[in-house]
Structure formats: structure tokens, C-alpha cells
Design a protein around this ligand. Structure first.
Ligand SMILES: NC(=O)c1ccc[n+]([C@@H]2O[C@H](COP(=O)([O-])OP(=O)(O)OC[C@H]3O[C@@H](n4cnc5c(N)ncnc54)[C@H](O)[C@@H]3O)[C@@H](O)[C@H]2O)c1
Length: 278
């Protein structure tokens, strides 16, 4: 989608980190912006912080794990702006723990937000974008953790692998309709993702505090440090806007992680070579 000015963007997880940076970049590009988030105070502060950057920035309460909540947020967006053109399924959470100590509740929470949340966004907005016919673009936030297995056995990585697959398949399906799809795969970005438990609904039980001495707890502490020194979310948002304009599927922000990708693909191709030789 080359022309963004005058169009409307809907961003989940818009109250913080990458989502808020996307909201600002869209506003600065002349778009109307609807930030959708589960955290009410942060959402109000996020909307206020973007006043004056673009034509109109608003916020709507939304739990992406709940299909009805996403539909209500979409309705509020249509009421406010008419058509929605760019949808960023960006809300995401992470939970610490490995194969020995991560609970089923943690798996459910992370998959409900990171995987079902993306699905709910697609199911809700796609019929609308198709029907208005003004073109559109769907951006799904995955991660480098959706392409390489460095994070180990985790619902976070499993959810992000799923989001990469969903995006690839959607791109093929929507290309003939002139609707673009991007999958955002960043490495470490300076956001509040390590503090995801702040938004954990009670239905998933209490947020477990990982034992720093356990392998899962040690990995969580190491990751939190990498996030603290990670990329500026504004740089990620700038890449996403370029990808929307150029209609690019894969959006990478950490080219230094290329070797990990190559190692995974090399192992897969070596196994294919073995199969061919048998
Ligand atoms: N920070 C990183 O290093 C990194 C790297 C790769 C991918 N990502 C992905 O980027 C996306 C954005 O995360 P971030 O890093 O900006 O973290 P963040 O915690 O700063 O922002 C995430 C936002 O999502 C919201 N949210 C959480 N649960 C929600 C729900 N059920 N419904 C609606 N909103 C909800 C939070 O309130 C928050 O505003 C996530 O999908 C994350 O997995 C982050």
C-alpha cells in the first residue's frame, strides 16, 4: 500500500513498546490511528502521548484473546473512522519457564494472546477490508523466535512459529486481492515484554515467579537483559512502514541473526539431502 496518508491503522498492543511506536509512525505518516490494548491506564497515556503527531489518534479497550472483544474494538474503529486499512496484530506476551517448570496455564495464556489473538484480528478485519475495496495491509508481529529455536521449549516460540506460518499462507491467499501481508520478526527490542505478567488475566491463575536458579529462570533473566539493551522500537516501526509501502512479506530488524537462520536451514536441507541419497 503506497499511499498511507488519510487511511486508518488499527494496532493491538498499542499502549506500549512496538505497538505504541507503530501508532506514532502511522500518525506521523498522516494516518488515523486506533490503539487497542488490554491495559487501560497505559492505553490512555499512550493515546495522550501521540496527540498532535497525526490527524486523529484514539484508543479502545481490547483483549485479543477474546474474539468478541476484538469484534467490539473493530466496531468502535469503524464508528470512529469509517474504513480500516492497516491492521497490526501485534499484542503479545511472554512467560518464563522451560520444559520442566512451565505450567499449562502459561501455555494457554501465551497461545491465547500470541496465536489466537492474531487469528481473531485476521478473522475480524479481513471481511471488512475485502468489502471496502480500498486496499489494505495486515501486519502480524512474530519474532526471530518464530524462525529459530534459540529460546528453547517455550509457548512463546511455538506461538511465533505459528504466526510466521499463518502470515506466509495468508500472503499467498490475499495477493490476488491486492491486500498485503507482512510478518514482523524482530530480535531483541527495548520494550516491557519481560514484564508481560502485568496484563495476565486472572483466569490463567497467578503469574509464577521463576526461580532464578532454575534453567528457565536463568534464561528469563538473560533475555530481560538483552531486551533492556535492545533495539529502539521506533526503528522497528520505521521498517514496518517501509514494508507496507513496498509490500514485503518478511520484516527483519536484526540482520546480525542471519547465522542462526542459516544454521537451521542448513540442518533441514542436510536432512533432505540424506533422504535423497537413500
Ligand atoms: N521486545 C522484543 O524483544 C520483541 C521481539 C520480538 C517480538 N516481539 C513482539 O512484539 C510484540 C509487542 O510486544 P512489545 O515487545 O512491544 O512488549 P510490550 O509489553 O511493551 O507491549 C505489548 C503490549 O501488548 C498488550 N497486551 C498484552 N496482552 C494483551 C491482550 N490480551 N490483548 C490486548 N493487548 C494485550 C500489553 O498491554 C502491551 O501494551 C509482541 O507480539 C512481542 O511478542 C517483541
Amino acid at each position: 500500500m503506497r499511499e498511507l496518508a488519510g487511511k486508518t491503522a488499527f494496532v493491538t498492543g498499542g499502549a506500549s513498546g512496538i505497538g505504541l511506536a507503530l501508532g506514532r509512525a502511522f500518525a506521523e505518516a498522516g494516518m488515523n490511528v486506533m490503539l487497542a490494548d488490554i491495559e487501560a491506564d497505559a492505553l490512555a497515556a499512550g493515546v495522550a502521548s501521540l496527540r498532535g503527531f497525526g490527524p486523529d489518534v484514539r484508543g479502545v479497550a481490547c483483549d485479543v484473546a477474546d474474539a468478541g472483544s476484538v469484534e467490539r474494538a473493530a466496531e468502535a474503529s469503524y464508528q470512529a473512522f469509517g474504513y480500516v486499512h492497516v491492521v497490526c496484530n501485534n499484542a503479545g506476551v511472554a512467560a518464563a519457564g522451560g520444559i520442566d517448570d512451565i505450567s499449562l496455564d502459561n501455555w494457554r495464556w501465551v497461545l491465547d494472546v500470541n496465536l489466537m489473538g492474531v487469528l481473531h484480528g485476521i478473522k475480524t478485519f479481513l471481511p471488512h477490508i475485502r468489502a471496502h475495496g480500498e486496499g489494505g495491509h495486515i501486519v502480524n508481529t512474530a519474532s526471530m523466535a518464530g524462525l529459530v529455536s534459540g529460546l528453547g521449549f517455550s509457548p512463546y516460540a511455538a506461538s511465533k512459529f505459528a504466526v510466521v506460518n499463518m502470515s506466509e499462507a495468508l500472503a499467498v491467499r490475499l495477493a490476488p486481492l491486492g491486500i498485503g501481508v507482512s510478518v514482523l520478526c524482530p530480535g531483541f527490542v527495548r520494550t516491557r515484554i519481560s514484564d508481560s505478567g502485568r496484563n495476565r488475566p486472572q483466569r490463567y491463575g497467578p503469574a509464577p515467579v521463576p526461580d532464578p536458579a532454575s534453567p528457565g529462570g536463568a534464561l528469563a533473566a538473560q533475555i530481560a537483559e538483552l531486551i533492556r539493551s535492545g533495539l529502539d522500537p521506533a526503528d522497528v516501526a520505521a521498517r514496518v512502514l517501509a514494508a507496507i509501502r513496498e509490500d514485503e512479506l518478511y520484516v527483519f530488524t536484526h540482520p546480525q541473526m542471519r547465522a542462526e537462520l542459516e544454521a537451521r536451514f542448513a540442518a533441514i536441507l542436510a536432512a533432505m539431502d540424506k533422504a535423497a541419497a537413500r
